[in-house]
Write a protein that binds this ligand. Structure first.
Ligand code: ADP
Ligand code: MG
Ligand code: MG
Length: 189
């Protein structure tokens, strides 16, 4: 279950991973995008860390959403922001990770007009939430999900401009999302 404490811990761990992997995420975004995903996420997480993360679950999700929406930019900013905003709404009635993350997925799908299988962050989020439900979400299964994006052809986002040539590269947004799910596990959500 989500608590204000483990959510704050999740965000701290996510920030650490994003800052450490900033260059790697931008490198992943270079062959199939514009090379800025690590910088976008690092700027956004700096803002999250500078935000007031006190208060209850909805307050923390809201502060996170606002920081990400205003600072990440690109395609991923509004998508991560929407995910956090939907978790904010869902956390008013529940602290069940499955419920909150399902609401986040629905928000990303709506905002991105996208679905799993299109080589985006949803190829991490959708199966990761399924794994969470059946108790198989762990660093090893998360790694497998990231690797699976390699052989997918992008049909959404900048990578879709490359068509077949998008095949053979990990999706940067799936990689950053993997860090978020790893952070949740480490924080004991
Ligand atoms: P930009 O492409 O605008 O530079 P980023 O590089 O920060 O933005 O983020 C790119 C990531 O955003 C992709 O790797 C992908 O995971 C995700 N993404 C892009 N478009 C969509 C979409 N329509 N639905 C879901 N995720 C998307
Ligand atoms: Mg980019
Ligand atoms: Mg960009």
């Amino acid at each position: 279950m989500f608590t204000p404490e483990n959510l704050r811990k999740t965000l701290e761990l996510f920030n650490e991973k994003i800052q450490i992997k900033k260059d790697y995420l931008s490198e992943l975004d270079t062959p199939i995008g514009d090379g800025d995903h690590g910088n976008n996420m690092a700027r956004g997480m700096d803002a999250v860390m500078a935000a007031d993360l006190s208060g209850d679950l909805p307050a923390i999700f809201k502060a996170t959403a606002m920081a990400l929406i205003s600072k990440v930019g690109g395609a991923s900013g509004p998508l991560y922001g929407t995910a956090m905003m939907e978790m904010m709404k869902a956390s008013k009635d529940s602290n069940d990770p499955e419920m909150l993350l399902k609401a986040a997925v629905a928000g990303i799908e709506k905002r991105g007009n996208s679905t799993a299988g299109e080589k985006t962050m949803l190829d991490l989020w959708v199966p990761a939430v399924e794994n969470l439900n059946n108790g198989t979400l762990n660093p090893a299964t998360i790694e497998i999900l990231v690797e699976k994006t390699k052989n997918m052809k992008a049909t959404k986002g900048r990578a879709s401009y490359l068509g077949e040539r998008s095949i053979g590269h990990i999706d940067p947004g799936a990689m950053s999302s993997a860090y978020l799910f790893e952070s949740m596990i480490e924080a004991g959500v």
